[in-house]
Design a protein around this ligand. Structure first.
Ligand code: FAD
Ligand code: FES
Length: 610
């Protein structure tokens, strides 16, 4: 990073140096060419009688000026033949001839301009690499550009101002030849420069400023991309804090990366792979081709919006592929029994289809910066976020130890089995232990049964010092957490993510005695008021605010309905709620009064902004 900063500094210095030298060049040139004092020193006779507009040229066309075209042809750049000789006869020019001169002048202005732009660019590059020969070439080019630009502007001036063209041409020529200029001190402005020079200096200054701005802009974008790939840091918009999770039963919002920016749009199903009898991987690609239109962190999920049987539905699916893979994101979906969306994806979606997605979301991420080793514990399809972490860390040759304990029903249900074997063989820091809970009737030779304390201790040395990520069925996660705490792992070093409803829901919140429901009456139930929709309804103790909103037609966007994604966040305007899972809240949300409608229950009246 230091090297990067010093490179940035070098470039900035180069740009500033170029801008400064250009300005200095113009200032010196301007002073040299236009000071009346200097002129008076060389031509005391002429200094006393400054040339008048329209007066006769200082030198007759047939003399020095007569050879101007030829002489200029030996100078830098495309020889400015014809233009000055033509200008010499300006007063006698016909309308057509004037037009021609105007065109030529415009060409020179354009040509000179682009030469200068090229030269400044070349100068920047050569200055950065300290290539003095190239710098010299660039300055020669710059001078050529300036010459062309000046001749074009001079011609235009002569035509526009009706000034004696020979004077304009002569001034230019003398400057080029380092000869004292005519006595005319006209338009001498700030610091002895003519207005023209000030304008040119301003243009060049603005140009240098634009170049510097563009340089910084490019560097910032490059830094963001770098951060996204390396897992991010707290200082960039694509990054997130990776502090250890606070003690919590589920993933901690404090570890959230605001990192990957939220995106929504269509993704094309590029490939579908049958992983196990009931799990399919869907490879999702940019619908327009090229790289994915979003970036994400290992462990985040996407939300798909589909409408099986014209019923709009959303479900979340973790990205199992690695963020190092830019061209696609893969989700592995288990076909749940009777599952509407998983069934739709398995049975109706085919390669080439376009699906609506939003995301990435989620806080269950690990980028390798959090600690030097990681223990991943997965059950069933809960391996998806862990697989993303494993793929990402191995892709990046992360040097820390990676342990994966994976519990699955039968050997044929093992998702990513071949790849897990391969990664373990290829990366000495990867250890995969798979335990099969129903090995009966199979040729499984590995560990059997559920994940136990013994299996953890046997498989993971010094487990108490590990950072742990757990994802799987909720009962399995609860048991694993309990065992790890008993083995000395602080709860602050554990992160979990639930794919389904959480266990350990809060005690049912009953209406207060004063408001106890009388038989057949709903009046005494607490009421939830939706301030924006101006609707109210009773909130039974077994329902969450989102359920009631659905029932009475109040629209609250939602996705996972298990408190993980944060889509259903609404503001609590009055009253109090309890929530079984708060993972979807971001840091500071609680202080701002935000709640998750899919989790919020209340024992007294509440009002929310929805
Ligand atoms: C953050 C997050 C990430 C997820 N990542 C993945 C993933 O990578 N792969 C994946 O396959 N699923 C994942 N899920 C689960 C997924 O979102 C759906 O819940 C699941 O596909 C079932 O949806 P469905 O519409 O098919 O089932 P539904 O029609 O909603 O439910 C049908 C039946 O299945 C049961 N059911 C619903 N969800 C689950 C579940 N998760 N486990 C067990 N039973 C369930 C219901 O109780 C019901 O009986 C994730 C969920 C969340 C919140
Ligand atoms: S819908 Fe996902 S947190 Fe509520």
């Amino acid at each position: 990073m230091l090297a990067q900063v010093s490179r940035v500094n070098q470039h900035i210095i180069a740009y500033v140096a170029i801008a400064a030298s250009l300005c200095a060049f113009l200032l010196i040139d301007g002073v040299r060419a236009q000071t009346a004092e200097e002129h008076a020193r060389h031509h005391p006779d002429q200094a006393a009688t400054p040339a008048q507009p329209g007066a006769s040229p200082a030198v007759a066309p047939g003399g020095m000026m007569g050879g101007l075209g030829e002489m200029m042809s030996g100078m830098h750049g495309p020889p400015p033949k014809q233009l000055y000789p033509t200008l010499m006869s300006l007063p006698a020019l016909s309308a057509d001839q004037r037009k021609q001169v105007e065109q030529q002048a415009d060409e020179r202005i354009r040509g000179g301009n682009s030469l200068m732009v090229e030269a400044v660019d070349a100068l920047a590059r050569s200055a950065a690499s300290q290539d003095y020969a190239a710098m010299h070439e660039a300055t020669v080019k710059l001078h050529e550009g300036m010459t062309q630009l000046e001749s074009g502007i001079a011609a235009r001036r002569a035509l526009a101002e009706g000034r004696a063209p020979p004077n304009v041409a002569l001034e230019w020529f003398r400057r080029e030849m380092n000869l004292p200029v005519s006595a005319a001190p006209a338009s001498v402005g700030l610091l002895g420069n003519m207005q023209f020079h000030i304008v040119v200096i301003t243009i060049l200054g603005a140009f240098a400023a634009v170049m510097i701005f563009m340089y910084f802009y490019k560097m910032r974008r490059a830094a963001h991309l770098l951060q996204a790939l390396t897992g991010g840091g707290p200082s960039t918009p694509l990054a997130r804090s990776t502090a250890p999770a606070p003690p919590a039963t589920t993933v901690a919002p404090a570890t959230q990366a605001s990192g990957a920016r939220k995106w929504s749009g269509k993704l094309r199903v590029g490939r579908i792979f049958q992983e196990t009898p009931d799990v399919k991987t869907f490879r999702l690609m940019n619908s327009l081709g090229g790289a994915l239109p979003f970036s994400y962190l290992p462990g985040q999920f996407l939300t798909v919006a589909v409408a099986p049987d014209d019923q709009p539905m959303k479900r979340s699916y973790t990205i199992a592929s690695s963020p190092t893979q830019h061209d696609y994101a893969e989700i592995a979906v288990k076909h749940e029994d009777e599952g509407i969306v998983s069934g739709f994806l398995h049975n109706r979606v085919k390669e080439g289809d376009l699906l609506d997605f939003s995301g990435p979301s989620g806080f269950f991420t690990f980028t390798g910066r959090e600690c030097k080793c990681i223990l991943l514990i997965g059950g069933g399809v809960g391996i998806t976020p862990l697989m993303s972490v494993l793929r990402y860390l191995t892709d990046r040759s992360w040097p820390g130890d990676i342990f994966l304990l994976y519990c699955i029903k039968t050997p044929r249900d093992i998702i990513f089995r071949e790849e897990l074997d391969y990664l373990q063989r290829r990366h000495p820091n990867v250890r995969v232990v798979i335990t099969v809970s129903r090995p009966e009737g199979t040729d499984w030779k590995g560990p059997t049964g559920r994940i136990t304390k013994e299996l953890i201790v046997q498989s993971v040395p010094d487990v108490a010092s590990r950072y742990v990520h757990i994802c799987g069925p909720v009962p399995m996660m609860e048991v694993a957490k309990k065992m790890l705490i008993e083995l000395g792992v602080p709860s602050g070093r554990m992160k979990t993510e639930a794919f389904g409803p959480a266990l350990g829901k809060p005690e049912p919140i009953l209406p207060t005695a004063a408001a106890a429901p009388s038989l057949g009456s709903e009046v005494s139930l607490p009421t939830v008021t939706f301030s924006v929709s101006d609707k109210s309804a009773p909130l039974p103790p077994d329902k969450v605010i989102l359920d009631v909103a659905d029932e009475i037609g109040v629209e609250i966007d939602n996705s996972c309905r298990v408190g993980t994604c944060g889509t259903c966040r609404v503001k609590l305007l009055s009253g109090q709620v309890t929530m079984a899972v708060e993972d979807g809240l971001e840091p500071g949300d609680k202080e701002r009064g935000m709640i998750l409608a899919c989790q919020a229950k209340a024992s007294a009246n509440v009002e929310v902004e929805a």
